[in-house]
Ligand binder design. Structure first.
Ligand code: MG
Ligand code: MG
Length: 249
């Protein structure tokens, strides 16, 4: 069931989203060559739990063991932070995180360049982020999900990137993943109509090579089939009468 949130519940999500946006900014400023993904996970946990008294929404979700998903280069999403995973110059790190307050959750992700990255990786990062902003331009009360997916896909493919099909955005609220599904591809004018005060997480995942993916034996990490780098950018938004409000910047 797709739920429309009350103004009171949106205000709670706005507060949680602010904490999450600040968490991701802190990680963007902190992640450097030589650090481990486990260290970043601890920084995020401390910031969300100890400093802000919020809930790390991913920790123990479906058995996930960490506050952050940390995925590097050809890993698209759901990488598990580890003391053995050391950041190196030129890597593309994706951090995906959730923060909740009073039973309501928010979800967002960023791609971080570790030191200097190749021009191809830089372009992939920028196109992925911009595809989110191209997508939200078409959103408002009454807009259809297919129109959103079409806008993201058109921009991504016009810039030479492929769109992952199996992993998509989602409704969000009292749980991290709610209906509806929010694909990053689609047909203009098709799909469910969104309405004011629905809350969704929009999260383009774009690959420099082909769109095909597979899951590693750890049961979590998703990688590109051809080993090409991937980027991810996500925010939780609320639909308004004439656009969206982004809750997790
Ligand atoms: Mg999400
Ligand atoms: Mg996420």
């Amino acid at each position: 069931m797709v739920t429309v949130k009350s103004p009171e519940h949106i205000e709670i999500m706005r507060r949680a989203g602010k904490i999450l946006g600040d968490t991701l900014r802190l990680l963007e400023e902190t992640a450097k060559p030589g650090m481990t993904t486990k260290e970043l996970d601890e920084i995020a946990y401390d910031f969300i739990v100890k400093k802000n008294h919020a809930i790390p929404s991913f920790l123990h979700y479906d058995g996930f063991p960490a506050t952050l998903c940390t995925s590097i280069d050809d890993e698209i999403v759901h990488g598990i932070p580890s003391k053995k995973r050391v950041l190196k110059e030129g890597m593309l790190l994706k951090v995906d995180c959730g923060a909740g307050l009073e039973g309501y959750h928010t979800d967002a992700a960023r791609t971080i360049a570790i030191g200097e990255v190749s021009p191809e990786k830089r372009k992939l990062m920028e196109v992925t982020k911009q595809s989110f902003f191209e997508g939200i331009k078409v959103l408002k009360n009454g807009a259809r999900l297919g129109t959103l997916g079409h806008a993201i896909q058109t921009y991504a493919e016009a810039n030479g990137m492929s769109v992952v099909r199996e992993l998509i955005g989602h409704g969000i609220g009292t749980t991290v993943h709610e209906e509806p599904d929010v694909p990053n591809y689609g047909h203009e004018g098709r799909g469910m109509r969104l309405s004011t005060n629905m809350t969704i997480a929009i999260e383009p995942m774009l690959n420099l090579g082909g769109k095909e993916i597979y899951q590693l034996a750890d049961g979590w990490t998703i990688v590109t089939a051809d080993g090409s780098p991937s980027a991810h950018y996500e925010n939780t938004v609320v639909i308004t009468d004439d656009g969206v409000e982004i809750l997790t910047l």
